[in-house]
Each structure stands twice: as structure tokens, then as C-alpha cells.
Design a protein around this ligand. Structure first.
Ligand SMILES: Nc1nc2c(ncn2[C@@H]2O[C@H](COP(=O)(O)OP(=O)(O)OP(=O)(O)O)[C@@H](O)[C@H]2O)c(=O)[nH]1
Ligand SMILES: [Mg+2]
Length: 480
């Protein structure tokens, strides 16, 4: 079948742009080998098209101003034809179908400089390659059936993983663990669908009450598997996106000191002057293997100018969107109306009360706090003297991470697209179950099961619109 999006030979710099020991220019497509022949001179005097698959060859990338280079040439001859050595390189050829894209591929390992890589890239383009779009190599791997859509998405997750735990989960997905589970459920549902259709089309074989009950149980089993996948999404999303923790409290209680201690670096300015932090400060940190987005806010309550007004607006917004609020109080001070104002702001939020400055004598009446923040966990720490910081970290993790362990061996759903489709699939099964239970026509049950299957197919990419595909792959970096 002619696939226009697979016909061109594409080229891209696959390593991050910037200075590096090496940089890789990657080609994929029918003409990858002939293009490489036109720009690479191996020391062995062999052409890339003569290289064995998966062998690396040392040589030079040579630029052609007038005509492409063919085979090995002496330096004098090179100069005479207007060619120049652009870089020393190592070239690997991976022939179809045993390559990332299932097409002929060439990887040119050059030096990792911006000018070098750009020149090599332009050279490939001048020989007929087209600049690859973001994620186009992985898209080809998907379109050529080497991986399914969840595996393609896992590649993106691996590149963007913020923690070891999420990296492991994404690797499982790339290995095909999620694909396997989804395909198993699909097969199971298709079995039910085929049986239902047989009865719908040959009504003389209408099933009686007992098989109806059996069918109901089977649909429920599939539903349980979908629910199990969905249940993992809370952990999955947290591992992927991080947990938003907002540090708030009135001025001078030690919010910025606490941020610095949790980050293990002096990120925010700390002074004894109340109102030191005016803008919100956001940083990411890993606490016990879980990614956190820590946000230090201004403690100002009565803004004096437009900058402070904006700061107050931002801290309110952050509190609204927080997964966890660290409400900091100075244990060395008496409870004040300002503390109370913050308590009003964090009503209804997941709050951990941090009683800071425990290295100093306590003047705070804890009963007031307990009464106002009923049921909220409290912990005494000293950001300055680093007292009980370990315990605080444990409490932070505990208040957002409900289960004991991070199960990186299993499947964790983390992709919003998957969550949405699984929910839809579950709803369709629920409808089918309802129709079956109420003795409604089996056509309705069959329709529900079929719709459920179509949502699974959306996830794996068995049936996916071109629009969705381009949306998914546009998130990739160029060269992947
Ligand atoms: N003794 C003692 N002093 C602390 C502790 N934590 C912070 N401080 C001091 O309290 C003062 C205020 O600390 P910051 O971290 O700037 O407080 P903040 O809540 O960020 O203040 P604003 O940015 O003004 O809202 C500084 O002088 C800190 O050194 C602590 O645990 N013990
Ligand atoms: Mg501060």
C-alpha cells in the first residue's frame, strides 16, 4: 500500500542541541543508504550501502558543493571536486525491517557541535532527505506495526521521566505490558461480542436465562480488569507529573527556609525581614523517589503595591490548585489573626501543619490550631537547625501517597488519553451489563460491548484518527 507519509527519507539531529561529545544525525527511509553513500567516506573504502547491518564504521563526512561523493577518494581528488571533510564520524547502518522504524536507517555519530550537526543535516537534505517532523521516527515505528500507540507514548514518557520510579513504569509500557493486558481484555470482549452477534443474527438460537447470567458475569470480569487499570492511574499520574505542594503561612514563619531545606539548596532568599518573598518560587524535587513541585509563596496579606497584589493573587491560585498545602506556623510566636486568615484560605485543602522554629521556646497555643484545623496532621520542625526534616519528608509523602509502596513492576496508567478511553470503555460495559440485567434486546448488549472494544482500540492505536496521531506525535522532540 502506498503511504505518502512513509515514502520520504527523513533526517534529523537525534541528540539534544547544544555542545556535546557526540551528536547523532539519523536517517530513515528507502534512500537512507544511498544518501549516506553520497556523504560518507569510510576508512575501509566501503560504501555505507555495503556495510553489514548493525556494524559501525569509522570515516569522514564529506561535503559536496558540486557533486555527491561516490566511494573512497583521496584528499586531493576531494579538493579537486570541490568537496571538503566536514567531520570525523562513525556510521551505523540498520537495514529494514530490523530497525527502529522498520525502514533502512543510518546513524551518523559526529562531534556534538551545533555547526557540525547543522552542516551534516543540510548535506543530507541536499542529497534528497526531508527534515523529520517531531516524533516522526517513532510514528514510522508505529505505522509500520513495530510498536503500538501505548509503546510509542512510552518512548516519550521515558525521555521525560522525572523519577527512577516513573522511568521503570514507562519501560514496562514500552516492553508491551500495557499492550498485552489491553489486547487480552479485547480478546475476551470480542469472544463475548461474537457470541452475542451469533444470537442476534440467528434469533432461533436465543439463549435462555442461565447463559444470560453467565454473560453478565463475563462482562463484569472485563469491567473489573478495566477498573483495576483505572485504579492505578492515581499513582501513575503522580509519578508522571509530580505532586504540587504549596508552602504558605504569614510572613517570617520560615516558609522560604523550609523550601531551601527540602530542596537541599539555598534557592529562596531568607532574611529576618517580614515580606522577603514577594513572587512565588517554584522548584522540582524528588522526595523518596516521588517527584514534587514545591512552591514557596509570599506571606503578605495586605499588599502595598501592584507587585504585592500580583504576588497575593498568585499564592491564592497556587493554594487552590495544590495537591498538598504545607501550612507553616512559627511556634515561637503567639497565634495571630494573620495565621487565622491563612487558615481560612486553606479550608477544604489537603493540609499538613508545620510548626516551625521548634529550636526556640514554644509560645504558640497548640489547642487553638488543633481546634481550627481539625484532623490535620501536625509536625514540629526547625528549618534553621534541620530538626525533624526527615520526619517531615515522610509525612509529606504519606499525605499524598496513599499506598505503602510504589509498585513499579506492575502496570501504572499515567496518560490522560488512556484514562479517558478506559473510563469510556467502563461506561459502555456498564451499559451492556444494565441491558443484560434488565432483559433488554441482546442487540443493545452487543452494541455496548462493541463500543467498549472500540475504546480499547483507541488506546492501542488499532483504530485511531490521523488527527489524534499528529497530536500525539507533535509532543515528541525532533529526532525521536
Ligand atoms: N530559630 C529559627 N529561625 C528560623 C527558622 N526557620 C526560619 N528562621 C528564621 O526566620 C526568618 C524568616 O525566615 P524566612 O524563611 O525568610 O521566612 P518566610 O516565611 O519565607 O518569610 P516571608 O518570605 O517574609 O514571608 C529568618 O531570619 C530565618 O533565619 C527556624 O527553624 N528556627
Ligand atoms: Mg519567604
Amino acid at each position: 500500500m502506498y503511504r505518502p507519509d512513509l515514502e520520504d527519507t527523513i533526517v534529523a539531529v537525534s541528540t539534544a542541541l547544544g555542545y556535546g561529545g557526540i551528536g547523532i544525525v539519523r536517517l530513515s527511509g528507502n534512500n537512507a543508504l544511498s544518501i549516506a553513500d553520497g556523504m560518507f567516506m569510510a576508512k575501509s573504502k566501503k560504501k555505507p550501502s555495503e556495510f553489514k547491518s548493525y556494524t559501525a564504521h569509522y570515516g569522514w563526512v564529506v561535503g559536496s558543493r558540486r557533486s555527491p561523493v561516490t566511494g573512497h577518494q583521496t584528499k586531493r581528488k576531494l579538493r579537486a571536486t570541490g568537496n571538503d571533510i566536514i567531520d570525523e564520524a562513525l556510521v551505523t547502518v540498520m537495514r529494514a525491517p530490523k530497525s527502529y522504524t522498520r525502514q533502512d536507517m543510518v546513524e551518523i555519530n559526529c562531534h556534538g557541535g551545533l555547526v557540525v550537526l547543522k552542516t551534516v543535516l543540510n548535506l543530507a537534505v541536499s542529497l534528497g532527505a526531508r527534515l523529520a517532523e517531531p516524533g516522526e521516527f517513532t510514528k514510522r515505528a508505529f505505522l509500520n506495526g513495530r510498536i503500538d500507540l501505548t509503546q510509542a507514548e512510552a518512548v516519550l514518557d521515558i525521555i521525560r521521566a522525572k523519577t527512577d520510579a516513573f522511568l521503570k513504569v514507562s519501560l514496562n509500557q514500552l516492553k508491551g505490558d500495557l499492550t498485552l493486558e489491553l489486547e487480552n481484555i479485547r480478546e475476551y470482549l470480542m469472544g463475548i461480542y461474537v457470541e452475542l452477534e451469533a444470537v442476534v443474527n440467528f434469533p432461533e438460537d436465543e439463549i435462555d436465562a442461565s447463559p444470560r447470567r453467565q454473560l453478565l458475569n463475563r462482562i463484569r470480569k472485563a469491567q473489573e480488569r478495566i477498573e483495576k487499570l483505572l485504579a492505578s492511574s492515581e499513582q501513575g499520574k503522580i509519578l508522571k507529573e509530580g505532586i504540587k505542594v504549596v508552602i504558605c503561612g504569614r510572613p517570617n514563619v520560615g516558609k522560604s527556609s523550609l523550601l531551601n531545606v527540602l530542596l537541599k539548596q539555598p534557592r529562596a532568599i531568607v532574611t529576618e525581614i517580614a515580606g522577603t518573598t514577594r513572587d512565588t518560587i517554584e522548584e522540582t524535587a524528588q522526595i523518596r523517589g516521588i517527584p514534587f513541585q514545591l512552591i514557596d509563596t509570599a506571606g503578605i496579606l495586605e499588599p502595598r503595591d501592584s507587585i504585592e497584589r500580583e504576588a497575593v493573587k498568585r499564592s491564592r491560585l497556587h493554594i487552590e490548585n495544590a495537591d498538598l498545602v504545607l501550612f507553616v506556623i512559627d511556634i515561637h510566636e503567639k497565634f495571630s489573626a494573620k495565621d487565622k486568615e491563612f487558615i481560612d484560605r486553606i479550608k477544604g485543602k489537603n493540609v499538613l501543619v508545620v510548626l516551625n522554629k521548634c529550636d526556640l521556646a514554644a509560645k504558640l497555643d497548640l489547642r487553638k490550631i488543633t481546634a481550627l484545623l481539625k484532623g490535620r496532621k501536625m509536625i514540629k520542625v526547625s528549618a534553621l537547625k534541620r530538626i525533624a526534616i526527615d520526619a517531615l519528608e515522610k509525612e509529606i509523602v504519606k499525605s499524598v501517597w496513599k499506598s505503602k509502596d510504589i509498585d513499579t513492576a506492575g502496570i501504572l496508567i499515567s496518560n490522560t488519553r488512556h484514562i479517558y478511553a478506559l473510563k469510556e470503555c467502563g461506561l459502555n460495559l456498564q451499559e451492556a451489563e444494565g441491558a443484560l440485567g434488565k432483559n433488554m434486546p441482546l442487540e443493545l448488549v452487543s452494541e455496548g460491548v462493541k463500543a467498549a472494544v472500540s475504546h480499547l482500540d483507541e488506546i492501542t492505536g488499532r483504530s485511531v484518527s490521523a488527527d489524534l496521531l499528529s497530536r500525539i506525535f507533535s509532543e515528541f522532540c525532533i529526532g525521536k
